[in-house]
Design a protein around this ligand. Structure first.
Ligand code: ADP
Length: 451
């Protein structure tokens, strides 16, 4: 039996194991020393301990390769986060004759750096916001910010991700300090201190395009997602496909995403992210690419009927899109609408980490992805994502889908963990959400007012 090693934990490890089981693959989990009993370990056919505690155990390429070589692994799936965009892991797998589920090393290296990706966009005539070219110095950053006039800027770590390594600067006096902080945070979190400075779009919607490529020049898109519902630049609520978006803009984003994917001869999945001006939906800018499975892939699966993890494995095994019967015609149009709420949270107020009461909603249009269960211990230092609740309505009734998602959250029990459910429910029930009038700051503004 072919073995698939999942170099990850939590809900995404369980998600990948489901597809592996459906494909008749033997599943191999890895785990850090602090979570030998966690759900991804008990669900796997086989499990291998990694040296070390907490997230760092999962971030060690040598650790993962050693685990793979000690088992009959032939495929390595990195999930999202951790080593999912690691060119080093992709290349180590290739050298060891293992199939890495993701693009090749050079593609990961190029797309893993936001400033080189911006340069690629410029070469492909895809619009980007004005920014300093490549890694910047303080003087160059100041000259750039002054050249913009009154507009605010955002300092970004080239290697940043997951909403971290970014700082908005409204006042030029604070630019130097923001650069220093961003640099040290980037060095600490991503091992690369390079930062650049970009014009800040204050009223933006975040729209992204899911793309699949087979290494040739004809990648295809799997529609779009609206991830405008964010808290501190981190996604909380996602919709597929985006509502209240002009067709011309949607088509333009598809074209831009496909030209970028084609330029790198993408093999695998990648998401191309854009900011759309909330006050002028014809104005949009590319911000970054994520060459991996996204947290929010489930809503795309709902509206396409595809299994994206399975598709990733096929593409990693060098199968071509037409051979997988994947073409725009075969895909057709989106099947209704899907909305996802990310439940995040942490630790128990009493300091213990044992969960005594975990329950999730069920229902006709619901899908829940989570590794949380009664009797488990919540680890410390890991991603705060606890569960994703998705409502999918084939009839495309967005307002009803939002209401169903909102009320389903009433049924969630996550012991007494401090979660974001109240904020999610406020957002899902707001007029702005129902009417498609949110920006990436809607939730932050609400939380400031509520405080
Ligand atoms: P990450 O890689 O950390 O996810 P992104 O570059 O994808 O970072 O940006 C995440 C979010 O940060 C965006 O969805 C948006 O809310 C905000 N953001 C990033 N760049 C800008 C910008 N130039 N202007 C306004 N908001 C921005």
């Amino acid at each position: 039996m072919t073995g698939l090693l999942i170099a990850n934990r939590g809900e995404v490890a369980l998600r990948i194991m489901r597809t592996a089981a459906a494909r008749g693959l033997r599943t191999i989990a890895v785990y850090s020393e602090d979570e030998p009993d966690s759900p991804h370990v008990t669900h796997a056919d086989e499990s291998i301990p990694l040296a070390g505690f907490g997230p760092s155990a999962y971030l060690d390429v040598a650790n993962i390769c050693e685990a793979a070589s000690s088992t009959r692994t032939t495929i390595v799936h990195p999930g999202y986060g951790f080593l999912s965009e690691s060119a080093e892991l992709a290349e180590a797998c290739a050298a060891a004759g293992l199939t890495f589920v993701g693009p090749d090393g050079p593609t990961l290296r190029l797309l893993g750096d936001k400033s080189t990706t911006r340069a690629l966009a410029t070469r492909c005539s895809v619009p980007v916001l004005p920014a300093t070219p490549g890694p910047t110095t303080k003087t160059a950053a100041r000259d750039f910010a002054e050249s913009l006039g009154t507009t605010a800027v955002i300092v970004k770590a080239a290697a940043g991700g997951g909403g971290r390594g970014m700082r908005i600067v409204d006042d030029l006096e604070e630019l130097d300090q923001a650069i220093d902080r961003c640099r040290s945070e980037a060095e600490r979190s991503f091992g690369n201190p390079d930062v650049y400075v970009e014009a800040y779009l204050p009223r933006a919607r975040h729209i992204e395009v899911q793309v699949a490529g087979d290494g040739g020049k004809l990648p295809m898109h799997l529609f779009d997602r609206d991830c405008t519902g964010q808290r501190r630049h981190q996604k909380m609520v996602e919709i597929a496909p985006a509502q209240s978006l002009p067709d011309t803009t949607r088509e333009a984003l598809f074209t831009a995403a496909l030209s970028l994917a084609s330029a790198v001869s993408l093999r695998g999945l990648a998401t191309f992210e854009f900011l759309v001006d909330a006050d002028n939906l014809d104005q949009w800018y590319f911000i970054e690419a994520n060459p991996r499975l996204q947290v929010e892939h489930g809503i795309t699966e709902q509206i396409t009927g595809l299994d994206l993890v399975s598709l990733q494995i096929d593409l990693a095994q060098h199968r071509a899109l037409p051979d997988l019967n994947l073409s725009p015609d075969a895909l057709g149009t989106p099947r209704g609408v899907a909305i996802e709420a990310r439940i995040t949270g942490g630790p128990k107020p009493d300091g213990s980490d044992l969960l005594n009461d975990v329950r999730f909603p069920t229902g006709q249009h619901l899908r829940v992805e989570s590794h949380m269960q009664t009797g488990m211990r919540v680890g410390t230092g890991y991603d705060p994502l606890l569960a994703k609740v998705i409502v999918h309505r084939e009839d495309g009734d967005f307002a009803t889908a939002a209401a169903e998602l909102n009320s389903s959250l009433d049924e969630v029990r996550l012991d007494d963990l401090d979660t974001d459910i109240a904020t999610l429910q406020w957002f899902l029930g707001s007029d702005a959400f129902r009417c498609g009038r949110t920006t990436t700051r809607t939730i932050d503004d609400h939380l400031v007012k509520a405080a």
